[in-house]
Design a protein around this ligand. Structure first.
Ligand code: BTN
Length: 257
């Protein structure tokens, strides 16, 4: 069981986490925060199990009870709306650096927001926003991190991993979550003022630059070489000289033997 006191004791005093709610079971930590009436900046919600965990592109997020981290952080960013997508970079970088520090291994970021260990996904993010008029009222960062789960459904096995499966050892969920929150709290304040630094670090961990990929966004399928990911999150794909600017989708790296 997640040790809340130990987790809270590890948070820096200036941490962004202002309230922590723990659920044994919930539908989805993202849904909970999106529906919460008294939503505050810095609300952190963690569940041992989600009955309706959600992934990107309307997929389900399945994670076994008490073995992983499934949590959401709620923010009310005081940031220009056109810069909101920068927070995605900040979150992904904070997760990747947390895991690098704890494991002494170099993770990679796969656009848009997956974190990989040797090409296998162990962490995904679902970021959802609510507006009141033109002002952002809720910014919910949902993160699923596979930590101690070693058994995955057959259809995911070839492309999914967990820290335990990959490193063959146990990790403390409390240490990982507190390290992430501390790191994110530290760099989040620079999302607007010093974004270049965050962006460059993110790019240096991005596994797709220069690679040949196929990308499906549910409507169309593209194939080409990744030229860049721009500061607003747009992926630039060169398909035989035609440049596509893509905002979302599922990417497969085309391996040539
Ligand atoms: C993805 O890679 O498809 C994103 C997965 C995001 C899963 C997390 S788990 C905590 C939070 N609550 C949800 O329902 N989804 C996110």
């Amino acid at each position: 069981m997640f040790n809340t006191n130990y987790f809270l004791s590890r948070l820096d005093t200036n941490s962004i986490c202002k309230s922590f709610e723990y659920f044994d079971e919930i539908n989805s930590t993202n849904t909970y925060l999106l529906e919460k009436e008294e939503f505050r900046n810095g609300d952190l919600v963690l569940a041992e199990f989600q009955t309706a965990g959600r992934g990107r592109q309307q997929r389900k997020w399945l994670a076994m009870k008490e073995l992983n981290l499934t949590f959401s952080l709620g923010l009310i960013p005081k940031i220009q709306p056109e810069y909101l997508s920068r927070i995605n970079f900040t979150v992904a970088l904070a997760i990747a650096e947390t895991i690098d520090e704890i494991t002494n291994f170099t993770t990679e970021i796969k656009w848009p927001n997956d974190i990989l260990l040797n090409g296998k996904k162990f962490c995904g993010m679902l970021i959802e926003t609510q507006f009141e008029g033109l002002t952002i009222s809720k910014f919910v960062i949902g993160i699923g991190l596979n930590i101690l789960q070693t058994d995955f459904p057959d259809e995911y096995k070839s492309r999914t991993t967990s820290l335990k499966l990959f490193f063959n050892k146990d990790f403390s969920r409390e240490e990982i979550l507190s390290c992430f929150i501390n790191k994110f709290s530290e760099i989040y304040k620079f999302t607007e003022s010093d974004f270049d630094k965050i962006y460059k670090k993110w790019l240096s961990k991005c596994s797709l630059l220069g690679k040949e990929i196929s990308l499906s966004n549910g409507i169309e399928k593209f194939r080409g070489i990744v030229k860049n990911v721009e500061q607003d999150g747009t992926l630039i794909l060169n398909s035989n000289g035609i440049i596509h600017k893509l905002n979302s989708g599922d990417v497969t790296i085309i391996k040539k033997d």
